[in-house]
Design a protein. Sequence first.
Length: 259
Amino acid sequence: MTTNIELVNKDGIRIDGRTAEEMRPLKIEAGVLHNADGSAYLEWGKNKVLAAVYGPRECHPRHMQNPTKAIVQCKYNMLSFSVSDRKRPGPDRRSIEISKIISEALEYVVFTENYPRASIDVYIEVLQANAGTRCAGLTAASVALADAGIPMRDLVPAVAIGKADGHIVLDLNKEEDNFGNADLPIAMIPRTGEVLLMQMDGHLTMEEFNTALEYGKKACEKVYEIQKDALKRKYEIQSEDVEEPEPVPAEEANEESDE
C-alpha cells in the first residue's frame, strides 16, 4: 500500500515524535478482575487490552482432555468499537489465528504436566486497538497467568518491530502498520533468549532482520521489567492490607511457657 504520509522524517523522527528505538508508553495492572483466577489490564500507546485467566479446571468437552498434561485454550477478541471502522462481532480468521499462536506460546512456558486432563482458559479482549494488539494481548495474558498463581517457566514479553520509509522502527503505531514496508511481531523469554513467536509480513534484508531482532530483544527486556513490576505492586498492596497480629502481653507469654 502506498501513501503520501511521511512516516519517518529526514532527522529520523517518526510520525508520532518517537525515535526508531523508542517504544510507546506501556502500563500494566495485575489483578483487576475479582471473579477471574488471574487478570491483567494493559495500556500500550493507544492500545487497551484486558486479559483474564480461569483454571486450571476440568477440560470440556472431555474428548479434548489430555491424560498427561493440561491444555491452554486462548480466545483473542477485538470488540466492535475497538477500531474506528466498526468491526463485525464474533471471531474471524485473524482472531482465530492469533488465538492459536498465543495459546502455543503460553503452553510452552506453563508447567502443563502438573495438571493432567485440565484446561487453562485465557480470554483476551481488545478494548481499543492501534497496531500491535497480538503482542499486547500476549504480554497481558502472561501477567494474568502469573496472577492466577499458575506455575510458569517465565513471563512472556512481546513487541512488534517493522520497517517504515526504509527505516527499522520499534513498536509500530497504526500508520506505520498500515503504510509501512514490513511488520515483525516477536515474543521471547529474555532470561533464556528463546523465541516463542515470530511472524513477518513484508520484506526485510538479512541486515535489516538482524537489526530488528536486536531492537526486539532490548524492548522485550524492558517489557519484562514492567510485567514483573505490575505483579510486585499488586502483591505489595495486598501485603500492606493484611493486619499484623496483636502482640501477646509478656505476662501471658510467660504463663504459656510455664505450662
